[in-house]
Design a protein around this ligand. Structure first.
Ligand code: AMP
Length: 187
């Protein structure tokens, strides 16, 4: 199973990805997590990404495409993977299509977690109380929602053309969202 979880910040991509990892036995591939690890370890990648992430902008396509390409080559991604937070631009989606074509594999579905903007701001502010994420504060979350609308939302029609999009209500309780995802996947 090769999946993309698409949706604005706070829509529950990370939460659902972790549940799907257990259910399907395939890894979660979160570019945000990989970048946050790089920041924590103060690698050159982390040093480059930190300021960009702190202000809610997107890290360059080349950088994240490189991260994903390397990660997809790992043995544990052979049976499948759940992409969480990638792709975020049309250029990233095109790069992903090329990576998968080179491997001779195809995506099974793009789960679109639909969410209400005001509720997202509330959720992310709540999340900021439990996490140390520098980008979980009201100003930056609004910026990240704007970036989502302008750069990432166009991916819905990109993947619609490939008939891969499965819309799911991301505002429902976590368990209900999981049920809706499983049923969208025919499970
Ligand atoms: P996330 O944890 O997915 O919300 O990502 C946190 C931040 O990491 C984003 O706001 C971006 O600054 C950066 N980031 C994560 N994934 C990507 C991506 N695919 N393209 C560009 N920037 C990304």
């Amino acid at each position: 199973m090769r999946l993309i979880l698409l949706g604005p910040p706070g829509a529950g991509k990370g939460t659902q990805a972790k549940i799907l990892v257990d259910a399907y036995g395939i890894p979660q591939l979160s570019t945000g997590d990989i970048l946050r690890n790089a920041i924590a370890e103060q690698t050159p990648l982390g040093l480059e990404a930190k300021a960009i992430m702190d202000r809610g902008d997107l890290v360059s396509d080349d950088v994240v495409n490189g991260i994903v390409s390397e990660r997809l080559d790992a043995e544990d991604c052979k049976p499948g993977f759940i992409l969480d937070g990638f792709p975020r631009t049309i250029a990233q989606a095109e790069a992903l299509d090329r990576m998968l074509a080179e491997k001779g594999v195809k995506l099974d579905a793009v789960i679109e977690l639909k969410a209400d903007a005001d509720e997202l701001v509330r959720r992310v502010i709540q999340r900021s109380k439990d996490s140390n994420r520098a980008d979980d504060n009201p100003d930056v979350i609004r910026k990240r929602l704007d970036v989502y609308e302008s750069s990432t939302a166009p991916l819905v029609s990109y993947y619609d053309k490939q008939e891969l999009v499965r819309p799911v209500d991301g505002m429902a309780p976590v368990e209900d969202v999981t049920v809706a995802i499983n049923s969208a996947l025919g499970r």
